[in-house]
Design a protein around this ligand. Sequence first.
Ligand code: PGA
Length: 233
Amino acid sequence: MVESIICRDYRALSDRAAEIVLDTVRTNPEAVLILPTGSTPVGMYARLRKSEADFSGVSTMNLDEYCDLPAEHPQSYRSFMQKHLFSGVNLQPEKIAFPKWEGNITEQCRRYDAHIEAFPRIDLAILGIGPNGHIGFNEPDDYLIAGTHEVVLANETRAANKRFFAKEAVPERAVTMGIAPIFRAERVLLLAAGEQKCAVVHRALSDKVTPRLPASVLQLHKHVTVLLTEEGS
Ligand code: PGA
């Protein structure tokens, strides 16, 4: 079931997204959350930081991480999360998880899947969407992958993310959670800000389900809330 909510502007989208997260955490103080990075969730994270809600029992797992950037690199997703959320809420460091790329990637992916699978319940998966319809870094391809895996980023993704990298090249590879944990989540919250994103969401949710447009698979999920606004983030 997909419910779409059109928000007046980016501020309203961020308010609504934060409310959904806070409701989840109030209902279950030990909630398990899947978290996104990117410019779209920045407003939501700002509201969570201001909320003074109790995150001490909450566990988080991030969707993806660039390969070849050390965790402390300013453009790593770990640094992004530190800045936008972790530094401002009382999440316990041992309850925060990221996919890792260092050393043997296949082994790192297997470990991340084992970590995810150990949770009997995933309460909420929050997702952005790429201009090419990717979710996490599950890029358009001939197939979708259930588990955590290494991915070569699509040219479109690297071009879109260039804005975050002043001089350096955008990494070519990343590690991403696969589709399975998103489907295990009781609820998915998909955030899309800007006309281009709204158009991709519309295509993904109103046409055929295809791995060429990974977000289209959300049509098959039991509970998806899409927050849309034409105003960019
Ligand atoms: P954005 O990225 O929020 O920075 O647009 C979303 C995504 O690529 O998943």
